[in-house]
Design a protein around this ligand. Structure first.
Ligand SMILES: Cc1ncc(COP(=O)(O)O)c(C=O)c1O
Length: 446
């Protein structure tokens, strides 16, 4: 289990008295990263664009950040990691890069539990972009069970066929909390028989890992994923950087998403021909988010240290390779901690008569978040009242708009509490008891 008491001391936001319970949106930044930012600001220069010591050193730290990120998910090397602004941009980059590969009559499969980031790009591609070129591609949507919040894998299997170029699904839903079985989904995608241009006979699998990578152990090799997208602002880093993992052979063949400087091979631009840089820089057009990249990699290293032994820095600001055995322990600690928190949250919230709690009942099956509605009270009103008690929640559709319509919610909204590594059981109790007290107050005054 995590030593939350020690971890909490590193977060000025907690020291200031906030009850941080909207972590599925974004997490808070530890003091070590804000100190590091101050140090870097006086040392840095642009990367790949200077001969000064400053530029050389910044380039080294920047490039090695890609190694850290690759190691964290068990990817073979930095060549598999492309950095963008966030999960949304990473998924869009796949959409744009694969756009020219779709053939008339193809289909792609996504689910009703997706964040808009992993539905709207596919809507745009299949309903707006490809038809303009006379290419018709069907976008098929997999159902989930409204009671259990589980994805209907039989329905998924029935929608995937030899015309399915791509299967897209969320690793863990940011509304239902459901953790999907990626291994089972990748098996279905792998056996579709679709003829990919590189000769492979399978559908590609793209996983939206925004709520998965920060919370569970991810090993690319074990899960057999072709594309994985996630954001670092949900795992202790500041805003601004998201990652795309992809298999090297796919990235080698794929069209660049953005064109311009630094993504070209040095000197290889002429009116007739442009040659692209080696991976991963082929996908890094323009000056990247240098500081954000360094802080994101160091956030992973800190997460390792916080989970293993808070206050001791085995990984943070070192060149130590992230050992997969350690990553497993780190993420299993985090999962165990989150199960305890979400178990407590469910226990308290389930005591509220008529409260509709969305998603799996068993904490084993959920990410560390819970969304709910109470008949006759707007989720926005609940969130406002919680805020008056110092409890930070989020009301709305959480960009899981399809799923809210699937439940026929009007307005398409729910109130959500979500926790992370620095939350303790008291935070959960305070947040959930505030929900209970407010609803009891309304019931008693009506
Ligand atoms: C499941 C899921 N996918 C995608 C996103 C989008 O992430 P970003 O805003 O960093 O692009 C989120 C953010 O809440 C999410 O929870």
């Amino acid at each position: 289990m995590l030593d939350t008491n020690r971890i909490r001391k590193f977060f000025p936001a907690i020291e200031s008295g906030r009850i941080l319970s909207n972590n599925a949106a974004s997490t808070q930044v530890p003091i070590q990263l804000s100190d590091l930012l101050k140090e870097l600001i006086v040392q840095y220069d642009n990367v790949h664009r200077g001969q000064s010591q400053s530029s050389i050193v910044t380039t080294e730290i920047f490039e090695s950040s890609y190694d850290t990120i690759a190691q964290f998910i068990g990817a073979p090397s930095r060549k598999n990691i492309i950095l963008y602004r966030n999960t949304t941009e990473a998924i869009n980059s796949v959409m744009y890069s694969l756009m020219t590969e779709f053939k008339n009559g193809d289909n792609l499969v996504t689910t009703f539990m997706e964040h808009n980031s992993n539905y709207v790009p596919w809507y745009g591609l299949t309903k707006e972009i490809l038809p303009k070129f006379g290419i018709n591609v069907e976008c098929r949507i997999v159902k989930f069970d409204k009671e259990t919040g589980q994805l209907d894998l039989n329905h998924l299997a029935s929608l995937v066929d030899e015309k399915t170029k791509l299967v897209c699904c969320v690793g863990a839903s940011n509304f239902l909390g459901t953790k999907n079985s990626i291994k089972k989904i990748s098996k279905i995608a792998n056996s579709s028989g679709y003829n990919q241009p590189n000769g492979e006979k399978k559908s590609y699998l793209l996983v939206d890992g925004a709520q998965m990578v920060p919370n569970v152990f991810v090993s690319i090799k074990e899960l057999d994923i072709d594309f994985l997208a996630w954001s670092f602002h949900k795992m202790l880093a500041p805003f601004g950087v998201g990652a795309l993992y992809a298999r090297e052979e796919l990235l080698e063949k794929m069209k660049p998403f953005l064109y311009g400087g630094d993504m070209i091979a040095e000197g290889m631009v002429s009116p007739e021909k442009v040659e692209y840089n080696t991976l991963p820089w082929k996908f890094t057009a323009g000056t990247p988010n240098i500081l954000g990249t360094i802080l994101s990699a160091q956030a992973l290293r800190l997460l390792m240290d916080f989970s293993l032994n808070p206050g001791e820095f085995l990984y943070f600001m070192t060149n130590k390779k992230l050992e997969s055995a350690d990553i497993k322990i780190v993420m299993e600690n985090i999962e165990a901690h989150e199960k305890a928190l979400i178990g407590e949250a469910l226990k308290i919230l389930e005591e509220i008569p008529s409260l509709k709690i969305f998603g799996p009942k068993n904490p084993e099956d959920r990410a560390c978040l819970v969304a709910f509605n109470y008949p006759g009270i707007s989720p926005f009103k609940i969130a406002e009242e919680l805020d008056k008690q110092g409890v930070e929640s989020r009301a709305g559709c959480h960009c899981a708009t399809l799923a809210h319509h699937y439940y026929e919610l009007d307005p398409p909204a729910s109130c959500r509490l979500s926790f992370y590594v620095y939350n303790n059981i008291e935070d959960v109790r305070k947040a959930c008891l505030a929900v209970k007290e407010y609803i009891e107050y309304i019931e008693n005054t009506n």
